[in-house]
Design a protein around this ligand. Structure first.
Ligand SMILES: [Zn+2]
Length: 294
């Protein structure tokens, strides 16, 4: 991996709605963490699940990042244009007998306790109407998060033969994310704590594929007044139009960062530069419940 020496981070939203305050935290946190280390910061659109996508939202996300002054390096990578790469990795895994076809229904898996029991592992099923599962021989049971500390996974989750290509033919999120992060030279992943759970699966995929492992930092989640995380599913409002600086200031406060005196006198680029030079991850407030999500 040529960029292994150089910090490379990314922000990878899915175009299932507009950016909201919660996604701004992930964008800004990953941006500042990269820029504070003179690192590269890339943007990828994770448009791998067309049924969940909202037309136009990818372009609006990119326009919002620009309006908020979060300039990325290089070209935006679109997962919808990376299918050949995913297919090649799936073929490799299959040829190495690291994966297999599975025709189990959700109902069958629910009946056996909700975790997949490896039923189709040695049945040599044909591709028709089948998902592809990873033959899990390299489970990862926990990892050291740069902010959350050591996180331990549920063993059944870690050991499960998880899906890498869905029965409907769509590539699974875990597969696409790992293939693309490796392709983009990403060696540090800063994202929201809602993505802690799939991390051990992604780490095991890195091992199966022989890729070097990135570092992880999971940021606390912004919650709404009911204590639920801000998300497109629970209708978190889109970031407001107009001056982005008060919103950036709120995001910096949420991340526990100190603000310049009279930030109103700072232009947006100056405010972001100030935030970069003063970025102190140890000031990010600890939040209950993050670790319990595993
Ligand atoms: Zn099965």
């Amino acid at each position: 991996m040529p960029q292994a020496q150089h910090y490379t981070g990314r922000f990878a939203p899915s175009p299932s709605g507009d950016l909201h305050f919660g996604s701004l935290i992930a964008a800004l946190g990953s941006y500042l963490h990269a820029r504070a280390q003179n690192g590269i910061w890339q943007v990828r659109i994770d448009d791998i699940d067309p049924p969940r996508e909202i037309p136009g939202s990818a372009d609006r996300i990119l326009a919002t990042l620009e309006r908020y002054g979060l300039e990325w390096d290089g070209e935006v990578v679109w997962q919808s244009r990376r299918h050949d790469a995913y297919r090649a990795v799936l073929d490799d895994l299959f040829q190495q007998q690291k994966s297999y076809y599975c025709t189990c229904t959700r109902q069958r898996i629910a009946k056996t306790g909700g975790t997949y029991d490896g039923h189709c592992r040695d049945l040599n099923l044909s591709p028709q109407n089948a998902a592809i599962r990873l033959r899990q021989t390299l489970p990862v049971y926990g990892f050291d998060d740069d902010f959350q500390g050591h996180l331990q996974a549920n063993a059944r989750l870690a050991e499960e033969d998880f899906i890498i290509r869905r029965r409907d033919g769509l590539f699974a999120y875990n597969l696409a994310v790992v293939v693309d992060d490796h392709f983009q030279g990403v060696n540090h992943i800063v994202r929201g704590a809602d993505l802690i759970e799939p991390t051990v699966r992604q780490m095991s995929l890195y091992q199966h594929l022989g890729y070097p492992q990135p570092g992880y930092l999971h940021l606390p989640l912004a919650l709404n007044e009911h204590g639920d995380k801000l998300s497109k599913q629970n209708h978190a409002p889109a970031l407001p139009e107009g001056d982005p600086r008060p919103v950036i200031v709120n995001a910096l406060k949420f991340l526990g960062q100190t603000l310049p005196e009279n930030w109103q006198d700072h232009t947006l680029p100056l405010l972001l530069r100030w935030a970069t030079t003063h970025w102190t991850p140890s000031q990010i407030p600890r939040q209950r419940a993050n670790a319990q999500q595993m």
